[in-house]
Design a protein around this ligand. Sequence first.
Ligand code: ZN
Length: 83
Amino acid sequence: MPQPRRTKRTEREDYGWVISFGCKPTGQLRRLKVDTDPAPDTSPIEVPCVCGETHRVTVSPYRRRRSADEAFDLEVGSLDELR
Ligand SMILES: [Zn+2]
């Protein structure tokens, strides 16, 4: 028996995904927003951080949805831009 599909009601509430990473020089946790689901490829990315350095970040498959008003430090359309 096929599972009933959920309605696409939540589709308009798409604020991208958030990947957190540690910024060692400043000791802070930064947030990278990505528009497309990062799960299909979790190979490391090179993030040009706001501190001026580029951090190598391991992408966790346990990414999470960004909420509407959640702040972020950087934004990309796809993680491929950082590889
Ligand atoms: Zn940094």
